[in-house]
Structures are given as C-alpha cells and as structure tokens.
Ligand binder design. Structure first.
Ligand code: ZN
Ligand code: ZN
Length: 272
C-alpha cells in the first residue's frame, strides 16, 4: 500500500504534464457527448444506404467491414434511399453519399439527428470535387475519410484534430498523411486508414447500456422526416452554431437546435 499509492499519483502527474507539454489535445473520450443509437441488445445492425459512385464502393464496403469488427455493432451496406446530391436522411439508418459538392473546402461531412440522447438518423457525405483531383484520389485518402465519416454516425468523435503530428493509427485522427510512412512524407507513422483498438473500446463504452426502445431500424427502412423538418443535408444549408474549431481555427463541429430536445450535429472534414 505504501508503495502503490505514490506510484499511482506519480503516473497521474506525469500524464498531466505530458498533456500540457505536448501542446496537442488527444481525446481520452471521443464520443459525441454520449449520443448513441437506441437499441435493446448488442450487437446491433446499422444500415448504411449506398448512394456513392462506383469509385467509392470498395471503400464503403471496406469501412463497413472494418467497423463491423466491433463486438458492439455490425453495419450492412444496403440500397441507398436518397439522391446523392441532396443526401436526405432516412429514419433509423445512415445514408452514405458521394457527389461533386463543389470546391467548398470540405472533403467529408457527417450529420447525426438527435432526440434526447439518441441518434435517430445520420448522413455521411464525401466530396468528389476533391476526390477527383490527383491529391485526394488515392486509396489512403478515400479510406481515411470514408472510415471517419461513417463512424461519426455511430456517435464517435475525433481522437485528435492536429493534422501535422504523428498518426495515431486511427481513421478518427486528422492527418495530412493518411497512409503513414509509406510515401516518406512522415517517417514510420502508422496508417490512419482504419479504426484502431481505442475506437472499438470507445464504441463499447458508448454502447455499454441497453435502451427500452430502438431508434436503429433493423428491418424495413422507411423514409420520413424527423423533428420539425429542417435538414442539414445540402451544402448550402446552415449547419447551425459553431461549437468547436480544429487546431487550424476551422470549425469542425456545428449544432443546430431543432427544438423539442432535438438537434442536428454536423462534423466537417476540411481539405488540407
Ligand atoms: Zn441509450
Ligand atoms: Zn470528422
């Protein structure tokens, strides 16, 4: 006891010092405020509507399979329920879309609609205006962004929002070098093209309880709007209040309050 107490304290102090001295913020907990799909058991199946162009199908399937390795959830790629350009949300599932949304600065955008603590629908969009350019038209960039945008719809946040530090080996980590050391840009970094163990642990933490009802739709899918009809589903739409900036000063998270304890959160993945 006499030995163990000070050693525990020393670890805590050391961790605090590193936290400050490092100058970057690594999220110990990277959920979206604990928001989650309501369901009555685990693992649950979340449908991912396929509204992506053929160039994305490999990456959508790969991301679906990566995240399904979680003990908490399985994702199933299903026929899309919307037009890619509008990417309108469908209750109880996620719509994944790709389109040339324009040179508006973002590579990907994910939105979740919240009622109380529960996610009721989500969208993930990837911007072909950039992914058709030589810089971003690479398997590594496509994997990183697809993997990350889909995971935001589970309630996962970023692990880290600094582009220039070492990769954490997770697609929930911002980077300017998605495949790590392969191209020599940053030496010996792990790849950020897939989830890492911490992401799966975070899912386990978010989904450790059960709900009496389900917002995730595991059978027939249904259209229909949620809340008062506002949709953050168009590039020209107002994403609402800016609630967080990344380390380059660009807003990475917005919220729009729909009233009646209903909100839409939108995450933005900006170009490098
Ligand atoms: Zn719950
Ligand atoms: Zn993101």
């Amino acid at each position: 006891m006499i030995i163990s107490r000070p050693s525990v304290k020393a670890v805590v102090i050391l961790a605090s010092v590193l936290f400050v001295a490092g100058g970057t913020f690594v999220y110990a907990n990277h959920s979206w405020g604990g928001y989650h799909w309501a369901r009555t058991s685990n693992p649950f199946t979340l449908k991912l509507g396929d509204n992506v162009s053929s160039a994305w199908n490999t990456y959508l399937n790969e991301a679906s399979s990566d995240w399904s390795a979680s003990t908490i959830l399985d994702t199933a790629v299903v026929q899309g329920g919307t037009k890619p350009r509008n990417c309108r949300a469908t209750n109880g599932q996620v719509e994944v879309c790709s389109s040339k949304y324009g040179f508006n600065g973002w590579l990907g955008v994910a939105s979740i609609w919240i009622s109380g603590d529960h996610i009721v629908k989500g969208t993930a969009k990837v911007n072909d205006s950039y992914f058709n350019t030589a810089m971003y038209n690479t398997p590594a960039w496509r994997r990183l962004v697809m993997c990350q945008e889909i995971a935001h719809t589970f309630g996962l946040d970023h692990q880290d929002e600094e582009f220039n530090n070492a990769n954490l080996g997770s697609c929930m980590d911002y980077t300017n070098d998605p495949d790590g050391g392969l191209d020599g840009f940053v030496n010996d970094d792990p790849s950020n093209e897939h989830p890492n163990a911490h992401d799966y642990e975070q899912l386990e933490a978010i989904y450790s309880h059960f709900d009496s009802t389900a917002t995730v739709r595991q059978t027939a899918s249904g259209r229909g709007r949620f809340g008062n009809g506002h949709e953050a589903d168009d590039v020209s739409d107002d994403w609402g209040k800016k609630i967080r900036k990344d380390l380059r000063g660009r807003t990475s998270l917005h919220v729009r309050d729909l009233g009646n304890a209903e909100k839409v959160f939108t995450f933005i993945f900006w170009t490098d």
